[in-house]
Design a protein around this ligand. Sequence first.
Ligand code: AGP
Length: 612
Amino acid sequence: MCGIVGYVGPRKAYPILLKGLYRLEYRGYDSAGLALINSSLNMYKTHGKVSDLENSLRDKDLEGTIGIAHTRWATHGEPNDINAHPHFSPTKKLAIIHNGIIENYSSLKEELINRGYTFQSDTDTEVLIHLIEDIQVNEKVDLFEAVRIALNQIFGAYAIVIISQDHPDKLIAAKKGSPLVIGLGEDEFFIASDAAPIVEYTKNVVYLNDEEVATVNRQGELKIKTIRNQEKTPYIQKLELQLSAIEKSGFPHFMLKEIYEQPRSIKDSMRGRLNAAKGIVSLGGIIDYEQKFITARRIIIIACGTSWHAGMVGEYLFEDLARIPVEVEYASEFRYRNPIIYEDDLVVAISQSGETADTLAAIELAKSKGATIIGICNVVGSSIARVTHAGSYTHAGPEIGVASTKAFTSQVTLLTLMALSIADKKGIISKSRFYQLLSEMEAIPAKVEKTLQLNDYLLDISKVFHAAKNFLYLGRGYNFPVALEGALKLKEISYIHAEGYPAAEMKHGPIALIDEEMPVVVIATKKGAYDKVLSNIQEVKARKGIIIAIVTEGDKAVNKLADYTIEIPETDEIFVPIIASIPLQLLSYHIAVLRGCNVDQPRNLAKSVTVE
Ligand code: AGP
C-alpha cells in the first residue's frame, strides 16, 4: 500500500509534492521518490522515509511546475533505491508512480524482454511503464490512448500517475482497486491517494472510479474516459476534510490525538442518526435495506484486524438484541475457503480505510453469489464504500495512526445503532428498554470523556509493565472481543506478545502460562457473567499472576483481588466495549512510548493493507 501525489499548475511543484508525501507517509514508508520536469525530466528516489528523500535532495535541481511523487510499502521487490518509485520508461521520457499490484506483470515482463527491453528494478510498476511506451511507439498513438490500451492488458489493482517529458503541461492518472482523488484548483490539479495532500489547496475533488483514465493540464482541462474508451463526465464533490483534522493538534502522536477524539468521533457517528427523546434511530445509508435486515436469516460480518474485532462485538449485538444469527469471518479466510453463501444472506463488511484487499475480495465473492452487501467504512469514497450495495460511514474523521482506535469505537457505535434499530423494528425489544438504551447511548460520549481522565493512572501502570515480555487479556461475552482488541493494540505498537482469550477458556491451556511475570488484563465490569470472571481472577491469583482489572466504578470486590483496578463509568452491558476499550488503548499507547516504539508508524505495518 503506497502513497502517490501529482501536481501540474503555475506553482513550484516540489514543495507541494514533498508536503503531500509527508501527509501520506502513514500509507507506507520504506522508500520514496519524485520526478519533476524543468528543462528535462529529473527523477530522485531513495530507500527509507520521506525525510531521507528530502535530505538527499539538498543540491538537486528541484525547479519545475509539474511533478509526481511516491512513498512506498513494498509489495514486489524489496525496499531499496532501485525499486523505489517513480520508474522510467525505456527512453526515460516517461515516468510513473503506482499504488497496487499488477498480477500478470511477470508474463508481460517476459513478453517485453523478448521484444528486447531491459529492466532496472524487480517491480511490477516498471513493467507497466515499459508496456505503455511500447504501445505508444509501436501503435503510434498518443500517451493517453497508450495508457488506456495498456490498462486493458492489466490484471490487478492500480492507482497510477504518469508524467511525460514531451508533454510538460499534463499528467495522466488511472485507477482500479486502489484509491485516487483529483483536486481541482485554478488552472492547476492535485492528484493523490487520498485527500490529505489536497485539502489545503482546494475543496473541489473528483474521485476516479475503477477502470477510469484521466488527463489533466495546466489549462485547467480535466478529461476522463473508461479503459473501454467511453467518455465520462467528472463528478465534482466538496471535500469535508479540514486541514487541522490531519495535523496532530498538539498531541505527541496521531494515535493519542485520535484516542482523545473519541468523545467527538462517537458523537459524530451518532449525529443525525439517533434521537433518544423521540425514540428514533435512522441510518440513511441503509434505509432501503432495512427490510433485508429485518428478514435476514443470517448476517455474515467480514473484516480484518481491529475491524474484525468490531465485527465480533456486532455478533453479540445482533444476536442478543435483534435475534439474528451472525457469523464473523476473517475476510482473508472467507474468500478462499469456498464458503456457503445464500442469496438471502446479508453481508456486513467493516473497514476503516475501505481499501483492505482481502475485505474487498471477500465482498466481490459474496456479491457474485447474490448476497446483499452493506458497508461500514470510515473513508468517504473509498473502494469498499463504492462496491457495496449500501452502507454507513463511521464519520470518525481521518485516522492517521496505524493502530486503529477511534475507528473501532465508531464501528461499534454504528453496529449498536443498527442492532437497536432492527430490534425495535422487529418488535423484539420493549419500547421502555429501547428508549432507555437510546438515552444511555447519548450519554456514552460523556462517559468516554470521563474515562479519558484515567490517562495519568494508565501511564503509572505502564511504567510498571512496559518491560513485560507477554500479556494475557481476558474477557467474557461482549468483553471477549474487547480482550482481543486490547491484545492487538498492545502487540502492534509495543511489539510485546499479547493474547486475548475468553476468560473461561483460560483453564483449557493458557493458565499454564500464568506466573509472577505474567500481567493479566481482565475486563471485569459488573454486567454479564461478572461472578464467573471473579472466579477466573482468583484462578490467576492462585498462580501468582498479576491482575490489571477494568471494573465498574465503585466495584470494591475486584479491588481486593486485583493488583491494579481501573474503574470505568457504569453503563449498560451492550455499551461496555466502547468504554472498556479506552483504558486498553491508553495502556498500549503509554507502554509503546516508554519502549521507544514508533507509535504512529509501527514496524512492518501500514495503515491500510491493500495487498493480499
Ligand atoms: C488495527 O489497529 C490494525 N492497524 C489493522 O488490524 C486494521 O484494523 C486492519 O488492517 C483492517 O483495516 P481496515 O479496517 O482499514 O480494513
